[in-house]
Unconditional design. Structure first.
Length: 199
């Protein structure tokens, strides 16, 4: 029985890392930029990496450095009380990225993506002040909603990895079932609706 639990925990850790918000926000902008530019490789990289830089890479650098300095437990910042500062930095960095997109006249879908992520993170920050919503679930759920809006109903198959992400967070003891369910609902409701309204 212990061996099964160990294997389950290992799988949950892998899923949690591979499908972490930072990874999803590295890949999603490239998917959206590819669609927005009609498959133009250079422009896909330009716009996709701009969003990824300000919404994923820079916030994660701050978070990882903070974890190494002992300001929070890990790069997942498990303690709810410690989440406000890294999330606020993420909001600020994303806002800078949005400003650059506006000035540079980025494709509409790319700007819509950044604004959707900003809106979702804002709601998650507000909730986190009182309750530990799952950012993994919110980001994964929002990503599926946006990809589905761009590429059609077959993209809803990506709900299966979202369920796996939710399972992993509960197995690892980082969230309750309620926290992952709310996250998985908030992502599409906020991010998906904002994205739909802007594209």
């Amino acid at each position: 029985m212990n061996e099964v639990v160990v294997r389950e925990n290992r799988l949950a850790k892998v899923v949690s890392e591979v499908c972490s918000p930072a990874v999803v926000v590295l890949v999603l902008p490239l998917v959206v930029a590819w669609s927005a530019t009609g498959g133009d490789v250079a422009r896909t990289l330009l716009w996709g990496l701009e969003v990824a830089l300000f919404s994923s890479v820079l916030p994660m650098v701050f978070i990882v450095r903070g974890a190494r300095a002992g300001r929070w437990d890990t790069h997942h910042v498990r303690d709810r009380e410690h989440r406000f500062v890294p999330l606020a930095v993420g909001l600020g960095s994303t806002a800078v990225g949005i400003a650059i997109l506006v000035v540079a006249d980025a494709p509409r879908e790319v700007l819509a993506l950044s604004l959707s992520m900003f809106a979702t993170l804002t709601v998650c920050v507000a909730i986190t002040r009182r309750w530990k919503i799952s950012l993994h679930a919110a980001v994964a759920g929002g990503a599926v909603a946006m990809v589905t809006l761009l590429h059609g109903p077959w993209s809803l198959l990506l709900v299966l990895p979202v369920a796996l992400v939710c399972w992993s967070r509960v197995v690892l003891g980082d969230h309750t079932v309620a926290q992952v369910v709310v996250g998985a609902v908030v992502g599409p409701l906020v991010g998906g609706v904002v994205f739909l309204a802007l594209v």
